[in-house]
Ligand binder design. Structure first.
Ligand code: FES
Length: 103
């Protein structure tokens, strides 16, 4: 599956996801500016992304832990903000569009 990711200067990157990996891991390994300070433990919010173009509704709802982390994150946009470490790559997400949130 492919992930279409826009970085903080508006440049679009198309990166290949891997089944079972988190979107955070894929974007970070592709060199996008995802700090992911907690390593994907849903405890830092430095993997915050905006999910674009109707893809937000296609994701499973955020866990309570993710909602709590997003409550503390900056520039959160309801209906758009997710933690990319909590989005797991799967075929049905082929083409998902995300934008890296501001630091
Ligand atoms: S990497 Fe820390 S919350 Fe996602």
């Amino acid at each position: 599956m492919k992930i279409v990711a826009t970085d903080r200067v508006g440049k679009e990157h198309v990166v290949e996801g891997r089944d079972g990996w988190s979107v955070m891991e894929i974007l970070r390994d592709a060199g996008l500016p995802i700090a992911a300070e907690c390593g994907g433990a849903c405890a830092c919010a430095t993997c915050h992304v905006y999910v674009e173009d109707g893809w937000y509704e296609k994701l499973s709802p955020p866990s309570d832990a993710e909602v709590d982390m997003l409550d503390m994150a900056l520039a959160v946009e309801p209906g758009r903000s997710r933690l990319s470490c909590q989005i797991v790559c799967a075929d049905e997400l082929d083409g998902i569009k995300v934008t890296v949130a501001p630091e």
